[in-house]
Write a new protein. Structure first.
Length: 530
């Protein structure tokens, strides 16, 4: 019997991975994320899928696969059966989740509660922290959700009589499941109603003696891992998002060494940065060194550091730089909540406080959610107000992004204050509009941008000035590094996901003569392997 692999998300596009692996009665999903590329064709901040119609919009717009058995029964609006009357039925053992970024995890929110989510303990804790500090949204209910019920004209709304439901997460048997982590998993400061809690389960099936294996790997978010499933055709492995130029590079190498011993039949590999393009690659060490050089040039005034909100490795880099340069790092309560969650697993992570040099920004708000009230109360000694920041601008580095710049009229940064951009490298048309807006803010307040992409007058392309490069290290391996990884593992077939179509030619060229078959799947097309 052939093993069947269907790529429903992440086929010929970056992100949104949804991969079904079928081997007789055994069926697994590798990730179940939000395909932001497809989503962005139809939706934006003020135009989104309609919650009142359950699954209808997600299925109709091609955001999730049109199959039965995968989804929450409370989202089955009557129109779904009329529009998709002949959907096949698929029942899966579980989702093998690579990491907590929403393009890999977000649409777990739509899945049937009986489908367990297998993940590292760090990913489970991180996913809960992200959801706890987010506004209620059906596209973000990864760890727990509010059941829906029909009201008027079959429209769905929150069921007032139902308890919230927490999903079953399963972590490797060797996970350090501390009492603090168990308490965090069971707390619900966000909830106004009761919740049906589940306990974090450990799975002995995730050790090297059984048919499913999990390895930690290096990525730009804590807890990232790769997976492999033993099938009748041989091992089928999945890299998730991977690199080896960060602090966990040795984890990635250990994964590659182990996987090479398994001689996989199929390797599903990300190809985000293949072909590599003209931009050079940088490591997290490069980021620390170059950021230090720019920060040392600041003569008074504020410093803003803009980086990914869950990039804890980057946060620790700027924390160390701030302390070395006599400044304090200012983070938002949401960041402190995330650090608190991760400290249940790693107590060595710093907590906010004057003694650690991490301060908590007391953003003026009329209303605070319960989790934020708790954070502010527990770290009251670490709070700094906009007035404090304005009056002591040379004392702080603020972890801000474009979405936080509404506070600039209150902070009133001195002319010449520094805005250091240390975030993603995807400079497409949509993000270009954001850069236009960001630069308008900085120009209005006479601030100095460093590392912010600038639009070329001749080409119209968004590029970082060469002298300002190296302030961001990608969460993804370069094309050449990925080729080296594949050569080491030597799968019979390389299946490219999380990659643009041009990545196919790149891998075919650079794997020529190795005997490795290179395939790039089409959306929803099933491939068979014997």
């Amino acid at each position: 019997m052939a093993v069947r692999i269907t790529v429903y998300g992440g086929a010929r596009q970056v992100g949104g991975n949804q991969v079904l692996v079928e081997d007789g009665p055994a069926r697994w999903l590798f990730d179940f994320g939000i395909p932001f590329h497809q989503w962005g064709k139809f939706y934006e901040e003020y135009l989104q899928p309609r919650k009142a119609f359950g699954l209808l919009d997600f299925l109709t717009m091609g955001l999730v696969p049109p199959v039965k058995g995968l989804y929450r029964p409370d989202l089955e609006h009557p129109l779904v059966g009329q529009v998709f009357p002949d959907r096949p039925t698929v029942e899966v053992q579980g989702v093998l989740l690579s990491h907590a970024h929403l393009d890999h995890s977000g649409y777990i929110s739509l899945l049937h509660p009986d489908i367990p989510v297998y993940a590292t303990l760090t990913t489970a804790v991180l996913a809960k922290a992200i959801q706890d500090t987010s506004r209620g949204d059906i596209e973000r209910e990864v760890v727990y959700y509010t059941p829906q019920a029909p009201k008027r004209d079959d429209l769905l709304t929150n069921d007032p009589d139902a308890s919230a439901v927490q999903r079953q997460f399963v972590v490797p048997a060797d996970a350090p499941l501390t009492d603090a982590a168990r308490r965090f998993w069971g707390q619900s400061l966000w909830a106004r109603k009761s919740m049906k809690h589940t306990t974090l389960q450990t799975a002995s099936a995730l050790d090297k003696k059984h048919a499913v294996r999990c390895w930690p790997v290096d990525h730009s978010v804590p807890g990232a891992c790769a997976w492999a499933v033993e099938t009748s055709a041989g091992w089928v492995a999945y890299t998730g998002d991977i690199r080896r130029h960060g602090a966990r590079a040795q984890d990635t190498q250990r994964f590659l060494d182990d996987l090479a011993q398994l001689r996989p039949r199929v390797l599903l590999c990300e190809g985000t940065r293949a072909p590599p393009g003209s931009r050079p690659s940088f490591t997290e060490s490069d980021v620390a060194q170059r950021a230090r050089e720019h920060l040392k040039s600041v003569q008074g005034g504020l410093v803003f550091a803009d980086f990914g909100p869950r990039n804890v490795e980057r946060l620790l880099i700027f924390h160390a730089l701030a302390r070395d340069l006599g400044r304090q790092l200012v983070i938002f309560p949401k960041d402190a909540y995330l650090l608190d969650a991760l400290r249940t697993l790693d107590p060595s992570l710093p907590a906010p406080g004057p003694e650690t040099g991490i301060r908590l920004y007391a953003e003026p708000k009329i209303r605070q959610d319960a989790w934020e009230q708790d954070i502010r109360q527990r770290y009251e000694s670490a709070l700094v107000t906009p007035k404090d920041v304005h009056q002591n601008q040379e004392a702080f580095i603020l972890c801000f992004s474009l979405l936080d710049l509404n506070d600039l009229p209150t902070l009133r940064p001195r002319p010449g204050s520094l805005y250091l951009y240390s975030s993603h490298e995807a400079f497409d048309e949509e993000s270009g509009l954001d850069f236009d807006r960001l630069l308008n803010w900085l120009q209005h307040f006479q601030m100095r941008p460093v590392g912010v992409p600038q639009r070329g007058r001749a080409t119209g392309l968004w590029l970082i000035p060469p002298e300002e490069e190296g302030l961001h290290a990608s969460g993804h391996a370069s094309g050449s590094d990925l080729v080296d990884m594949v050569r080491q593992v030597r799968p019979r077939t390389l299946l490219l996901v999380h990659a643009q179509p041009e990545a196919y030619d790149y891998f075919v060229e650079h794997l020529s003569g190795t005997g490795i078959e290179v395939l790039m799947p089409r959306h929803g097309h099933t491939l068979e392997f014997a």
